[in-house]
Ligand binder design. Structure first.
Ligand code: NAP
Length: 334
């Protein structure tokens, strides 16, 4: 502890990675293999991220089918073999100080590093209707894998029409007697394979062109008030639980104004995954991009890790000192 109460971790790191989902662990694999001193900070203190909320992964090349938790375990084991350290840390900010980057956590610790790779992912978006907050944990859920088993033989509703809604709706038929998938349009945006699987499942009943106006019940979820957006007609549907999958919000709050973001708050990088601040990279779901799959999160994290490795090589070759001024970066076209 220093006199001002800040716990400064004595050793310097080459790479501090923030967030231990698939992107963070892929970046760590590459920097670990490059023999860079790599620290992986995670607010859960363990590896996995969204993998832990995913039942099965069937769209990762060369792996026909694997559970999310098994993939997470394999990734953790693999990176530990290359000396990567994983530790608990809720990061509140990071900044450039000369040739060093400082990562600050909520307990007052400051990690000193040459590069930072931010792979903080995101969180489910809220539906923002009456009853959602009141019944959170009492019938309103954002994670079928975590909570599905509490709803055996009940009628359930899933809200949304993307991959998550359609995939998790199918998963919930293991427990639910019936699963409504309630979507605001007349077609899902989910992958065709997931759609086929859901539509062929006799327990699934899609409700099209419909939005949820209210979630209600007595102490726990018992019904939904729905509105048909084409006719304006309202109906009440009895359900024991509602699973909300209406998109994804980035965990990008730790980025200051110097980092460009898109309209939804995802962080924009160049094609090396680098931000306007040299030595700070972003990969995975928190980054602004066209698709959000494990495979492209891993690919972008690989790019970030290789770019960070080359940045450190150049820094070391030019006589790196902690105090040296940050090199002026050529403006990036976003
Ligand atoms: P998403 O693809 O953004 O889909 C969100 C869905 O919610 C859309 O159907 C959207 O309707 C609907 N929606 C949004 N706001 C709404 C509102 N206020 N009221 C009612 N409905 C609303 O989100 P996601 O399904 O969570 O997927 C996130 C990312 O992860 C995607 O890139 C997805 O491909 C990826 N993912 C992949 C897999 C896989 O490969 N197996 C699995 C899960 C997720 P509209 O369609 O009308 O816009």
């Amino acid at each position: 502890m220093t006199s001002n109460g800040i716990a400064q971790v004595p050793e310097d790191w080459d790479v501090v990675i923030i967030g231990a989902g698939p992107a963070g662990m892929a970046a760590a694999l590459y920097t670990g293999r490059a023999k860079l001193k790599t620290l992986l900070l995670d607010r859960a203190g363990l590896g996995g991220g969204q993998l832990m909320n995913t039942e099965l992964i069937e769209d990762y090349p060369a792996i026909k089918s694997i559970t999310g938790s098994a993939m997470a375990d394999d990734m953790v084991e693999q990176i530990r073999e290359f000396g990567v350290e994983i530790t608990y840390g809720e990061v509140t900010a990071f900044e450039a100080r000369g040739n060093r980057r400082i990562v600050k956590t909520e307990d007052g610790t400051e990690y000193v590093t040459k590069t930072v790779i931010v792979t903080t992912g995101g969180l489910p978006r809220k539906l923002d209707v009456t009853g959602e907050q009141e019944f959170a944990g009492r019938g309103v859920s954002y994670c079928a894998i975590c909570d599905g088993a509490f709803f055996k033989n009940q009628v359930l509703a899933v809200i949304g029409g993307g991959d998550s809604a359609v995939e998790e709706g199918t998963f919930l038929t293991r427990y639910g007697e019936k699963v409504y998938i309630i979507h605001r349009r007349d077609e899902w945006r989910a992958q065709k394979l997931l759609q086929e699987r859901a539509l062929n499942n006799p327990k699934i009943e899609p409700i099209w062109n419909t939005v949820v106006e209210e979630i209600g019940g007595d102490g726990k979820v018992q019904w939904l008030r729905l509105r048909d957006v084409t006719t304006g007609e309202e109906q009440r549907v009895d359900v024991g639980g509602v699973f909300i999958y209406v998109g994804f919000m980035p965990n990008s709050q730790i980025f200051g104004h110097e980092y460009p973001k898109d309209a939804q708050g995802f962080v924009i990088t160049d094609d090396k995954m680098e931000t306007p601040v040299p030595g700070i990279y972003v990969a995975g779901d928190v980054r602004s991009q066209y698709v959000r799959q494990i495979s492209n999160a891993v690919g972008d994290a690989t790019t970030a890790a290789v770019a960070a490795t080359r940045y450190i090589e150049e820094l070391d070759a030019t006589g790196d000192t902690e105090e040296a001024e940050t090199a002026e970066k050529v403006p990036v076209e976003y």
